[in-house]
Design a protein around this ligand. Structure first.
Ligand code: FES
Length: 101
């Protein structure tokens, strides 16, 4: 496990999401009311990028076939996706958002 910098905290306003990459993994970084969360960005249904979908409250909806994931946990809220997204631990230090990978 290593801490990898994803973004500057100021790059992402509250209730926005952003596609980032760390160690070759595609990650969706989400700012929910000032708290950052990171889950996998590649939809577990057919692989579309969740960053092209929409953030609705605490959930992210895939733009391809409408699967909904919990942005905090990566769990599936609504299919057609069946598998959850991986979830990464986020740490914010000195204005930098990092994940353990
Ligand atoms: S690829 Fe995301 S719902 Fe199908």
């Amino acid at each position: 496990m290593a801490l990898v910098k994803l973004a500057s905290a100021e790059d992402l306003k509250p209730n926005q999401m952003k596609a980032v990459e760390a160690n070759g993994k595609k990650i969706l970084l989400v700012n929910l009311n000032g708290t950052y969360y990171a889950i996998g960005n590649k939809c577990t249904h057919r692989g579309c990028m969740l960053s092209s979908g929409s953030l609705k409250g605490d959930t992210v909806q895939c733009g391809c076939h409408g699967a909904i994931f919990d942005a905090k946990t990566g769990n599936v809220v609504k299919g057609p996706a069946k598998e959850p997204e991986p979830k990464y631990e986020v740490k914010v230090e000195n204005g930098q958002v990092m994940v353990s990978i």
